[in-house]
Structures are given as structure tokens and as C-alpha cells.
Ligand binder design. Structure first.
Ligand SMILES: [Zn+2]
Length: 282
């Protein structure tokens, strides 16, 4: 599996677009790239006409032979998201400026990232067409990596213990065995992400009251802050967090307070950062 040649990114892009950014059968936004004609070393069948997007569940159905080749071709020709007039897929974002709430704290940056002990666990950005790109690494309580998603592609991990529930602008990922979950609600403005994740055997909770994380030396909490032009890194040894300014901007800021203040002043601060960035790069 690991020796396979990588699928060219332009092929992936075309496949996502024709499928309405989801599984051709069920519309889930977390997908894999399925080879309708089986991959071989001699001919990997990287042609758009011989591949399609399927979620891990529907992909399994196709690979165990429970979905005939004709059914696969029919689904590829008529993806459910296109039939349902959801050409932008389930993770459409309705904000010009993407502000993301991660556990009660807002992020205004190119790419909102929660890094834990040097490992990027959650990364969220909007792509050029206003859809959400999610990258995720989820560990269990024993610190085994049990799921990896990269730009909405299910890259590794057994799909069976997971529930991936989605509808328009909503995505919920839950593990049936471990206490791990991530909820994304893109109907909310700012877009809202809450969840329970693990790293280095420490629990990190993103709730409507803040980000809470257990750590060896002391526990940490971050609440009611809008991070502008920066990301967040948690340290589960010391129980502290640090700010990681995004390298494209010349500066960053933190706005505390009510949600109204954070939205207003955060947006103004981010527009100033972007203006400076544009002027410097003229
Ligand atoms: Zn599916």
C-alpha cells in the first residue's frame, strides 16, 4: 500500500469537483480516492474517468465487491451532492473572512492550527472557493495514532470504530470505543468546532467554555480570546500554551472579551494585518 505511487493532485482536484466535494454515494465530506479499475504497478489508472470519490464506508463496499462496477460508474456520473444541488459539498462556509471558534476561542488566520507537543492535531482552513479543508490527527488514550485526515482525505486509520455523521454544514466524527470526538458546525458564524481529543495520554477538551487540557505538571485552560494572525500550541508536560504567529503576517494580536468585541475588534485587527501584508508584497 505504502509503495503506491501518489495520485496526482490535479486528478484529485478534478475528482473532488465532479463529485461535489464528497462521497459520490452518500455525500460525506471525508473521502478516499477509489480506483474503479484496480491499481497496478504497470498502470495505476490515475485517469479521471477511472477513479471516483467515496467515503471510507462506501469505499469498503466497493472494494469488497458489494458495489458492482456498473453501480460505481453510475454513482460517478450522478454523485449525490450534485443531484441534491450541493455542488460545494457539506462543508460549505458562508463567511467572507473565516473566523473559527475552537473551544470558545476564535482564530483569524490563514490556517487555524492546534498544535499539541509539537504535533499539529487540528488544522482548518477555507480554500479559495469557500469550502472547509480539515486535517486531523486523532490519538487514543494510549497515544496510538488511530485516525489521520489530510485536507478532507481519510489518509489512515481503520474506519470501522468511527461514526462520521454529516449533513449540510455539519460534520461529527466520533469513536465508538474511545472517548474521542470532533464536531464541526459551519452553520454558526463564527464557525464552531468542539471536541475531545488525546495526546501523550492527556485529554484536551474544546467546549463552549474554553480549551481545557490535562498535563503532567498542571492543567491548562484558555478561554474568551480571539487569536489574530496566530495559532496555538499546547504543552501537556508543563500545562502551558504558547502563541505561534503565522509567518506570512508582520505581527499578531490577541483580543479578549465578549464574543461581540472579539468579532468586531478581531476582524479590524486581521484586516490591518492583511493590509500590511499586501502593501509589503506589492
Ligand atoms: Zn459514502
Amino acid at each position: 500500500m505504502s509503495d503506491r505511487k501518489p495520485i496526482p493532485s490535479d486528478v484529485k482536484r478534478s475528482l473532488r469537483q465532479e463529485a461535489g466535494f464528497g462521497c459520490c454515494k452518500c455525500g460525506r465530506p471525508i473521502i478516499e480516492y477509489h480506483h474503479i479499475l484496480p491499481y497496478t504497478e504497470d498502470d495505476p489508472h490515475f485517469r479521471i474517468k477511472d477513479m471516483m470519490c467515496l467515503c471510507p464506508y462506501c469505499h469498503h463496499e466497493a472494494t469488497v465487491g458489494a458495489m458492482t462496477m456498473q453501480e460505481q460508474r453510475d454513482l460517478k456520473s450522478n454523485p449525490i451532492n450534485i443531484i441534491n444541488d450541493r455542488a460545494e459539498g457539506h462543508l460549505k462556509v458562508n463567511q467572507d473572512l473565516l473566523m473559527i471558534t475552537l473551544g470558545n476561542n476564535q482564530f483569524l488566520t490563514e490556517n487555524a492550527i492546534i498544535t499539541v507537543d509539537g504535533n499539529n492535531l487540528i488544522q482548518v482552513k477555507s480554500n479559495e472557493n469557500g469550502r472547509l479543508d480539515l486535517s486531523l490527527k486523532l490519538y487514543n488514550e494510549q497515544n496510538d495514532l488511530i485516525l489521520e485526515i489530510k485536507d478532507n482525505e481519510w489518509v489512515s486509520g481503520d474506519f470501522i470504530p468511527w461514526d462520521i455523521e454529516s449533513s449540510f454544514q455539519i460534520l461529527k466524527i466520533r469513536n465508538k470505543k474511545y472517548d474521542i470526538a470532533l464536531d464541526i458546525n459551519a452553520k454558526e458564524i463564527p464557525l464552531m468546532i468542539n471536541g475531545k481529543i488525546w495526546h501523550n495520554q492527556h485529554l484536551i477538551k474544546l467546549t463552549s467554555k474554553g480549551i481545557f487540557f490535562n498535563a503532567k505538571k498542571s492543567s491548562g485552560q484558555i478561554s474568551d480570546i480571539c487569536f489574530v494572525g496566530s495559532n496555538l500550541e499546547l504543552d501537556t508536560n508543563e500545562g502551558v500554551f504558547s502563541i505561534c504567529p503565522h509567518p506570512v503576517y508582520n505581527g499578531h494580536s490577541m483580543i479578549p472579551g465578549t464574543i461581540e468585541r472579539k468579532i468586531k475588534e478581531g476582524t479590524e485587527a486581521f484586516n490591518r494585518l492583511k493590509k500590511n501584508y499586501i502593501q509589503q508584497n506589492l
